[in-house]
Design a protein around this ligand. Structure first.
Ligand code: AZC
Length: 828
């Protein structure tokens, strides 16, 4: 039922309609009102947390006003909308972003000062919204910012996890996971208790013929869980568009308790059922690039897909358009295979509920979906066991089998000579138990499939989806190289650099069109500009040094070369290569005479990142880094020449301090394994250089900024397979002698009990060195030496960094979103 105010009363309504604050005084009045009423505090008990609350609520009101207007505009225009389905949105903090996007941070800062608070202190009260693991989730967050900024009518859909990614504590050098309960106070979300969807699980399928002889399927007798919508406003930068991120929370379908059970004395049972329902949206799975096939994870995926599709279909049906118009009104992007169940779910809605014929339904589905692949790592490709899917989603399994049958017929007709192909491309893997290959289902059910950097998009066409390129032709596969939002990753994280650039370009237009950055290349020889640029980098290093001292008690000298590797800990990302390199550097320093040491470029090696709780090898790497730090940082011979810091609990808000502070950042994955990487872009945009392999977006960064401005090393992706093969079969695989020296000191117990690191060392020495650490070690060490030498020439270094920043325009997520809109979504 539409609950609109009648015409006659609308004038009164409009007279009292909420308006946004415009002046400092109005802002202060809003803040004080919220602190005194919404938060029930006073000037006698207002701490920084309460001040944060007041400011956040004042800005939230502003966002809501624009958000309502945006939704009204979109409802009446009813354009084609984009729905970005992502199990992860790694948003970080919202307040600073809201202030900057709305363009009122300066006003707020002054107002806050008058009320007795400092902006930085207030901002830092906010907890990160950490509903993601790493790159995939952060990319989704950048995309939301760009979608709103570019005025696309777009919605994000995800789950409202009670617990985001765990908090990482380092205890005795080991990672310990602590739950992240982030919802005590979250002013940015709006519960929509009136927007709910009942989602079914289990049960069975009854088939019968109706009068016309049509086969009907009914999914019956399942268990229902209710999805409740929680909405968060997503403001664009310098625009009134404020889009919606809708997060689903699960609860028992009959409310708090089952009253029948409750009244009959089964108190515990009634509560247990409620808890079981709530478990679905309780926690984000902390695995990055690994799928374990757990039932609860599949439940999460279906719960979220079913609720989101119900919502999308409900919105479409309001327009009373014919079903064939659906793909002209709706574009759904699958962020990795996690939402692939949306494909059979839309089929189920169209077939079983709307009565469409198979072919028409299937054509709608294929035109609606696009699929983004983020990895070629085999262990990350989702597969669900057929018995599990059968048990949880019996109707969907039938639909998946029918999709597969049609597909098999198609392949058979078109490739009659290649009998083996059927088995290779079947959605069902003939293993024990049989498995549903989600990536294949996603490819088959979408009209476009994209990778996230050029090399990666080429690789998926020649490896995991090779047969599908033969089947569908190459045009189904495309590339959209990742990007980052310059609002958060330049303007917010590095306000001084943003201001300096704005002062030269005559304003902040570059934040909406990052290609304008190329104009600062004209200042590369400008003395004043150079001086200021260099001072900003130094100040950002001082900020990180201060944080390092406060958080970890380690003093680092901001004049040292800051070398940073922050990202999830994974063998393919090769933090082990980095720390082995650090050990080698340490050994060389120890060998030197005091005279020789004086010539050495001092360096701080920063590491940060979480290991999946069950990923033992990654945890061992963290432990080794901390053990090396404990030795090196306390070695009197070494002093400031080398420090090793492990930054605990790396997250988005810390990245905002870390990325502007690098001289060098490390993106050193085994070639062909890192689909894109996005922190590489953040570091270069903030005036740091990169040491990297020819992998992911490093390649395109090199193309844009020039090979003189990046330090590339290591084997190329086309050689990886042969090298791996040789390790195992050639018999003469010898560990690099420099690396051998590192292993010798680890084995000798220099960094604590050697047994703790034996599995890590043996993965290289005895188990085939899958990630090519030894193959790339010498080249890595040599390149680090080049970096030391290059850094000595500060003027030349500065020229490289300024030039690089000016050439980073391509890597804005605005460019990505425009590419998706044009090539995949067909939206305006
Ligand atoms: C990541 C890729 O590893 C990274 O290279 C890429 O930049 C990023 O996606 C965005 O495309 N993949 C993941 O984070 N994967 C998962 C499952 O979390």
């Amino acid at each position: 039922v539409e609950a609109s105010i009648p015409e006659g009363q609308r004038a009164a309504w409009k007279k009292f309609s909420a308006t946004e604050f415009k002046t400092k005084d109005e802002f202060e009045s809003e803040v004080v009102k919220h602190i005194e009423t919404t938060l029930a505090r006073s000037l006698f008990n207002c701490d920084e947390a309460a001040a944060y609350g007041g400011v956040a609520l004042a800005f939230r009101d502003r966002l809501v006003i624009e958000w309502n207007r945006t939704q009204q505009r979109q409802s009446s225009a009813d354009p084609k909308r984009v729905y970005y389905l992502s199990l992860e949105f790694l948003m970080g903090r919202a307040l600073d972003n809201a202030m900057l996007n709305v363009g009122m941070k300066d006003v707020a800062k002054e107002g806050l000062g008058e009320l007795g608070f400092r902006m930085e202190d207030v901002i830092s009260q906010e907890r990160d919204a950490a509903l993601g693991n790493g790159g995939l989730g952060r990319l989704a967050a950048c995309f939301l910012d760009s979608l709103a900024t570019l005025n696309y009518p777009a919605w994000g859909y995800a789950l409202r996890y009670k617990y985001g990614i765990f908090k990482q504590e380092i205890v005795d050098g080991y990672q310990v996971e602590v739950p992240d309960y982030w919802l005590d106070f979250n002013p940015w979300e709006f519960p929509r208790h009136d927007v709910t969807v009942d989602v079914q699980f289990y049960g069975h399928v009854r088939k019968y013929m109706d009068e016309s002889g049509k086969q009907i399927s009914v999914w019956e007798d399942g268990e229902l869980v209710t999805a409740v919508a929680y909405d968060a406003p997503i403001p664009g930068f310098g625009t009134r568009t404020t889009n919606n991120l809708r997060l689903w929370s699960s609860k028992a379908s009959h409310g708090e308790f089952d009253f029948t059970k409750f009244n009959s004395g089964e108190y515990e049972a009634s509560v247990a059922e409620q808890q079981r329902a709530e478990t679905i949206s309780a926690v984000l799975y902390p695995n990055d690039s690994l799928e374990r096939g757990k039932e609860l994870r599949l439940k999460q995926q279906y719960f979220w897909c079913a609720a989101s599709l119900f919502d999308i279909v409900r919105r479409f049906k309001k327009s009373r358009k014919a079903w064939k118009e659906f793909p002209n009104q709706v574009a759904i992007q699958l962020n990795d295979t996690h939402p692939t169940l949306a494909i059979p779910e839309l089929m189920r809605i169209l077939l079983d509920q709307e009565g469409l014929e198979w072919d028409e339904a299937w054509s709608i589905v294929q035109k609606t979906f696009g699929y983004t692949n983020h990895t070629v790592l085999p262990e990350a490709l989702e597969k669900w066991s057929v018995p599990l899917v059968q048990h949880l989603l019996p109707r969907h399994l039938q639909i998946i089998y029918d999709i597969n049958l049609n597909f098999m017929h198609y392949v058979e007709r078109n490739f009659p000579k290649d009998r083996e192909m059927l088995g290779r491309v079947s959605i069902i893997e003939e293993s024990t138990p049989k498995m549903v290959r989600m990536a294949y289902l996603a490819v088959i059910g979408s009209h476009k499939v994209n990778g996230v950097a050029e090399l990666h998009s080429d690789l998926i066409k020649t490896t995991i989806f090779k047969d599908f390129v033969k089947i569908y032709g190459p045009d189904k596969f495309t590339n959209v190289t990742n990007g980052i939002t310059p609002r958060r990753w330049l303007h917010q994280a590095n306000p001084r650099l943003s201001e300096l650039i704005a002062s030269k370009l005559g304003g902040y237009d570059f934040l909406r069109d990052l290609t304008l950055l190329h104009k600062i290349e004209a200042y590369v020889d400008d003395k004043e500009f150079r001086k200021e640029f260099q001072e900003i980098k130094y100040a950002n290093k001082v900020r990180l040094a201060k944080y390092t001292k406060e958080a970890h008690g380690i003093s680092v000298n901001p004049s040292s070369l800051f070398d940073i590797q922050v990202k999830r800990i994974h063998e393919y990302k090769r933090q082990q290569l980095n720390i082995f390199g650090v050990i080698y550097r340490y050994l060389e320093l120890k060998d030197m005479s005091p005279e020789e040491r004086k010539k050495v470029q001092p360096r701080v090696s920063f590491f940060g990142g979480k290991a999946a709780p069950g990923y033992w090898m990654a945890k061992t790497i963290i432990h080794l880094i901390n053990q090396v730090g404990a030795v090196v940082n306390n070695d009197k011979d070494i002093g400031d020449l080398l420090k090793v810091v492990f930054l605990e609990d790396y997250n988005v808000s810390k990245a905002e301090i870390i990325c502007p502070a690098s001289d060098i950042s490390e993106h050193i994955s085994t070639a062909g394994t890192e689909a894109s990487g996005t922190s590489n872009m953040k570091f270069v945009l903030n005036g740091g250089l990169v040491i990297g392999t020819c992998d992911g977006a490093n390649i395109e960064i090199t193309r844009e900024i020039g090979e003189d401005n990046i330090f590339l090393f290591g084997n190329l992706s086309e050689d990886v397979e042969d090298l791996r093969h040789a390790h195992t079969y050639s018999g003469d695989f010898a560990i690099d002698p420099k690396l051998e020296r590192v292993f010798a000191v680890i084995r000798a117990g220099r960094f604590g009990d050697a047994a703790q690191f034996s599995a890590l060392v043996n993965s290289i020495v005895e188990h085939g060195d899958y990630y090519l650490v030894s193959d790339d070690f010498a080249s890595y060490i040599d390149t680090q030496k080049l970096i030391d030498a290059a850094y000595k020439d500060q003027e030349a270094w500065l020229t490289k960094t300024i030039t690089s920043v000016s050439r980073m325009g391509f890597f804005s997520s605005d460019r990505c979103i425009d590419e998706y809109a044009e090539m995949i979504w067909n939206v305006e």
